[in-house]
Design a protein around this ligand. Structure first.
Ligand SMILES: [Zn+2]
Length: 402
């Protein structure tokens, strides 16, 4: 069984230790030590990382896992049994974990104390922490709880560890207690604040958490999911968001506080411009139709044939154009247009024209290697837009207008 030094001194960053076992794992090797400062991943808290070293040789510990009271240090090459090593933590990583975990206790306590909400799920990853509560809670309520948690950080309250029997623990009115535990219960006590059974690492004073910041409150399975960060990671995230806000405010030439108003103004401007653009496009298409009418082309049955190719058109414009063409007497209109990487085609046959749109479409499908279908008055399809289909489309339009 590995002696877990972090259980009694959470501030210890390194120790000397003897390798008691070394065995291959799926990836790399597992190393057991007689004692360690490495906290293994458990109870929602992430594993420590760091190095094992002796003389000039260093092994990186990428993960530590718990197994039958042992801590398995995962490294990529073996270390002979009996080797004396120095085990050294990545201290920033451990501090990040302690800040997040202890902050999570304070926030859970605040929600429990203020609203009777219970923490029913805790997830930590290197970018963020989420807590799930069993009640629906608002952003305002979350901000109130955040204020209380930060007050307890500012108070710099002592955080102590107590070991208790399950019977003793049951009498302690813990925020969270698993009554199925049979052995000794490890209890983390924040003076005048949270008391809760927990196996994780916590700083000795709440001031070391620095701050708690809740970023998001959302409904989740009938309750609430909170996204938050504490300490250094919270500051990093806030700095990142501040920089983004500053950039956006410079781009919009408004103060950070006026960003929502600035974006609203921009959206209104875009809507007006779109409206103008639509009006102008419709005008332009109307002229185009007038122009087509100046040199009409008729087939043997006396139908007017209109065949067009547009190299860049969107579906709205195409629809508008075809609607107008379809209103012309005895007209068979075929529009080929590129949108993105597709060659689209639409066939419209006026009520009094003598042709079948779906038959024309079948012919277009064959010509361009495309897909589509429709009815006797209207059909549409598309094919990939390539140099070949572009050339074929131009040829088709030219022959249609001769
Ligand atoms: Zn905990």
């Amino acid at each position: 069984m590995t002696k877990r030094l972090f259980d009694t001194n959470v501030m210890q960053q390194c120790c000397t230790a003897t390798v008691t076992a070394c065995f291959p794992r799926k990836k790399g090797y597992g190393i057991l030590l007689d004692q360690t400062v490495f906290f293994p991943e458990s109870g929602g808290q992430l594993s420590d990382t760091g190095v094992l070293r002796t003389g000039e040789t260093t092994w990186r510990v990428t993960h530590a896992a718990e197994s039958d009271g042992d801590v398995i240090h995962e490294v990529d090459s073996p270390i002979p049994e009996g080797t004396q090593v120095e085990a050294v933590l990545d201290w920033t990583v451990r501090m990040d974990h302690m800040q997040q975990h202890c902050g999570e206790h304070l926030v859970s306590y605040a929600f429990w104390k203020l609203y009777g909400a219970h923490n029913i799920g805790f997830h930590m990853n290197p970018e963020l922490v989420t807590i799930d509560f069993d009640k629906e809670l608002s952003w305002e309520q979350a901000m109130e709880a955040e204020r209380l948690a930060n007050q307890h950080i500012e108070d710099n309250r002592p955080v102590t560890i107590q070991m208790a029997t399950p019977e003793e623990a049951a009498k302690m009115h813990l925020r969270k207690f698993n009554d199925k535990i049979t052995g000794p219960v490890r209890i983390v006590c924040v003076e005048g604040s949270d008391t809760c059974s927990c196996c994780g690492t916590h700083p000795p004073m709440t001031g070391m958490i620095g701050l708690v910041k809740i970023f998001k409150v959302e409904r989740h399975r009938g309750g609430t999911r909170l996204t938050m960060l504490c300490g250094r990671l919270a500051m990093e995230r806030i700095r990142h968001e501040m920089e983004a806000a500053t950039q956006a405010s410079n781009l919009l030439s408004v103060k950070e506080d006026d960003l929502p108003a600035g974006v609203t103004r921009l959206q209104e401007e875009i809507a007006t411009l779109k409206q103008h653009l639509n009006e102008r496009t419709e005008q332009l298409l109307a002229y185009r139709i007038e122009d087509i009418q100046k040199h009409p082309v008729y087939d043997a049955q006396g139908n007017q044939r209109i065949t067009l190719f547009e190299d860049d058109m969107d579906a709205g414009e195409a629809k508008f154009l075809m609607k107008r063409l379809q209103e012309l007497p005895k007209t068979i209109a075929t529009l080929l247009y590129r949108h993105g990487d597709r060659l689209n085609y639409i066939v419209e046959v006026a009520d009094d024209a003598d042709a079948d749109a779906s038959a024309i479409l079948r012919e277009l499908n064959t010509r361009f290697g495309g897909k589509g279908g429709g009815k006797s008055h209207n059909a549409q399809g598309s094919a990939p837009y390539t140099d070949e289909t572009k050339r074929k489309a131009k040829d088709y339009v030219q022959s249609g207008n001769e």
